[in-house]
Design a protein around this ligand. Structure first.
Ligand code: PGA
Length: 254
């Protein structure tokens, strides 16, 4: 299974010109990449110009709505995104959950994305770590509710990104998660996926880690975190740091 590095630009940068500059710089750096997949999830408005720059970087988005077309003011459908070349969409990010997005809504969005040929990147993760290990139940509930009614076959196509909120760069007083933290949860996530589908299917589902990953700790998470790749926020805003992370992943290979 190919490893994958996904950059989440969040609401950055300010202008299309800047976005095109970043994308071109990363495209140059990944020109010789062969073993891994590289995705950049950019704001909707930049997707079209970015598509023209490089085929090597796969385009991703940070949300999409339910259905394909209709009276939904302000929303963008997965079908529209697919038409622009988008192949991955992030769902359930903690910053969107913070704005009121529920597992129920995420579930509908995931199903809609799947039917449009988009690969959902589903973010799960606890806000805090409690001594009773209740965070395992939190993640289990998130997965079960977000994937309710999703076919077993589709489960092998999705990506689950473990992003403990306490480690994300935008969290106040954040802490680093260790590769052990990531591995322990990756094993647990696979077990939950296996219960929902089968061990075989769960084995094919890619599980990522995300939360303040940078060019200094990427190797550690990739080598010892039990994951198939990384979801990178802040460090993806630096073309140098993001390119370094991509190269580290390529060097480690499959
Ligand atoms: P971060 O973001 O790398 O800036 O912590 C990761 C994410 O929120 O997807």
């Amino acid at each position: 299974m190919k490893k994958i590095i996904i950059g989440n630009w969040k609401m950055n940068p300010r202008t299309s010109r800047e976005a095109e500059g970043w994308f071109s710089a990363v495209a140059k750096a990944v020109a010789s990449i062969k073993k891994i997949e590289v995705v950049i999830c950019a704001p909707f408005v930049f997707l079209s110009p970015l598509k023209k720059i490089s085929k090597k970087i796969i385009l991703g988005a940070q949300d999409s709505f339910i259905g394909d077309v209709g009276p939904f003011t302000g929303e963008i459908s997965p079908e529209m995104l697919y038409g622009l070349g988008v192949r991955y969409v992030i769902f359930g990010h903690s910053e969107r959950r913070e704005l009121g997005e529920t597992n129920e809504l995420i579930n509908k969005k995931i199903k809609s994305a799947l039917s449009s040929g988009i690969v959902p990147v589903i973010c799960v993760g606890e806000r805090e770590r409690d001594l009773d290990h209740g965070y395992f139940d939190i993640v289990k509930t998130q997965i079960n509710e977000c994937l309710k009614g999703v076919s077993k076959d589709a489960i092998s196509k999705i990506i689950v990104a473990y992003e403990p909120v306490w480690s994300i760069s935008s969290t106040k007083n954040r802490r680093d998660a260790t590769a052990d933290d990531a591995r322990e949860m990756a094993v647990f996530i696979r077990k939950v996926l296996s219960d929902l589908s089968s061990p075989d299917i769960a084995h094919k589902t890619r599980v990522l880690y995300g939360g303040s990953v940078n060019e200094r700790d990427a190797e550690e998470y990739l080598s010892n975190g039990g994951v198939h790749g990384l979801l990178v926020g802040k460090a993806s805003l630096s073309t140098k740091k993001f390119s370094d992370i991509i190269k580290i992943c390529e060097t480690l290979g499959k």
